[in-house]
Design a protein around this ligand. Structure first.
Ligand SMILES: Nc1ncnc2c1ncn2[C@@H]1O[C@H](COP(=O)(O)OP(=O)(O)O)[C@@H](O)[C@H]1O
Ligand SMILES: [Mg+2]
Length: 375
């Protein structure tokens, strides 16, 4: 049997743990015609949940067409248009709609070429000027608006538009095109909470109050525990509760790391998995990552590395400028601590977790965190 603990975003409903409540919420928002902002730290499961939602809509035979666009690697409005169109071509490629799409954007001279080796369509555009770029986005949205089926577009890593050369007007432009659409809905997805809050919850921003928010938290411990036990059982293996509890605690239920460790334990397991097997898998995991972690050290100053190690040893840091913490790890002044802290958050080496009355910090990468504890 195939390993049931996948590390790709989404394989199937049966290999996807829980998220029933979040799925319900998303489906309700979609049903209500809302646009949605989906936020969580990296590797919690946003992309997986998007695909899970698409799957559920298909299963329920909802008359809605779904598109997924990942703009993580895009640098400009040109790239944005290319990614958006490629995703449309992927889904509509074999339907008559594709002809209509090309007709709609014909004014902007898309060049569709074929990659003879992989037989994939590859799109490239030539634009005469800024105006043509703007019009082509509008043409694509207008085309979707005129479709007879409803359309749902998930744009993943949406924060990226703030990195564009056109960042100055990109949000206002998108907002003005998106606002009048009745047939097309959006999920804007990102792990950059601050940027997204600024985009969607700041009265001065074009997207202000235009979406409903969904914050993805960790998967519930009991539910994850039952899932792990069940997946081992389906493969004819048993795992002790003690072992499961340790996995969830050690990986902090940060989904990617939990999945990744379970994947290795499952792969190594005979019939019966105990705590000892978990220890062995942890040991292997840390050893196989050590080289990379050591290289990361080269990218940091001594002070930053020292601070990162301090957070790892604390587990969760709640008072980064308290004298007790500063003295214990030889960090220096509170303002020094603040500066280092901000740099590490900026580099996404530390994750800041905000609750109503406090902010705490953990090392973002759980394996790195656990490895730092040991050195
Ligand atoms: N509900 C889930 N059940 C099982 N595995 C999951 C679940 N959600 C996420 N994962 C795993 O966690 C990893 C990270 O998920 P992903 O959706 O890529 O996170 P994000 O988009 O938030 O960065 C994926 O590789 C996937 O294997
Ligand atoms: Mg993602």
């Amino acid at each position: 049997m195939e390993n049931p603990f996948t590390t790709s975003p989404y394989v199937s409903k049966s290999l996807f743990c829980d998220r029933e409540e979040e799925l319900n919420t998303l489906c309700q928002y979609i049903e209500a015609g809302s646009n949605i902002t989906l936020i969580s730290p990296r590797r919690y499961g946003k992309t997986g949940l998007i695909y899970r939602t698409f799957d559920a809509l298909r299963e329920q035979k909802k008359p809605i067409r779904t598109f997924y666009v990942d703009i993580y690697a895009t640098q400009s409005i040109d790239d944005f248009i290319e990614k958006l169109t490629e995703s449309l071509v992927d889904v509509l490629g074999k339907t008559s709609a594709i002809k209509k799409l090309f007709k709609a954007i014909a004014g902007i001279r898309p060049v569709l070429s074929y990659d003879p080796i992989n037989h994939n369509a590859k799109l490239s555009f030539t634009f005469a000027n800024e105006q043509e770029k703007k019009l082509s986005i509008k043409a694509i949205f207008d085309f979707l608006e005129a479709e007879d089926q409803k359309v749902l577009i998930a744009i993943d890593e949406f924060q990226q538009i703030r990195e564009y050369d056109e960042a100055g007007y990109m949000e206002a432009l998108l907002r003005s095109y998106i606002q009048p659409l009745k047939n097309v809905q959006f999920i804007f997805c990102s792990s950059k909470r601050h940027i997204m809050t600024n985009m969607f919850a700041d009265a001065r921003s074009p997207f202000y109050e235009s979406t409903r928010f969904l914050y993805l938290d960790k998967i519930n411990a009991d539910t994850y525990s039952a899932f792990i036990e069940q997946k081992f059982a389906e493969g004819g293996k048993t795992i002790t509760q003690e072992a499961i509890d340790y996995i969830l605690e050690w990986t902090r239920r940060h989904t990617f790391y939990t999945q990744s460790l379970c994947n290795l334990i499952y792969q190594q397991a005979n019939k019966k998995v105990t705590l000892l097997n978990v220890y062995q898998a942890i040991d292997m995991t840390l050893k196989s990552n050590a080289e990379t972690f050591i290289q990361w050290r080269e990218l940091l100053t001594k002070q930053q590395w020292n601070f990162l190690k301090a957070v790892a040893k604390e587990g969760t840091l709640t008072q980064p400028t308290a004298s007790k913490f500063l003295q214990k790890y030889n960090i220096g002044t509170p303002s020094n601590a603040k500066r280092i802290l901000n740099a590490l958050v900026e580099k996404e080496l530390l994750l800041s977790l905000a609750s109503l009355d406090s902010t705490s910090y953990v090392v973002y990468n759980v394996f790195l965190s656990r490895w730092l504890e040991t050195i």
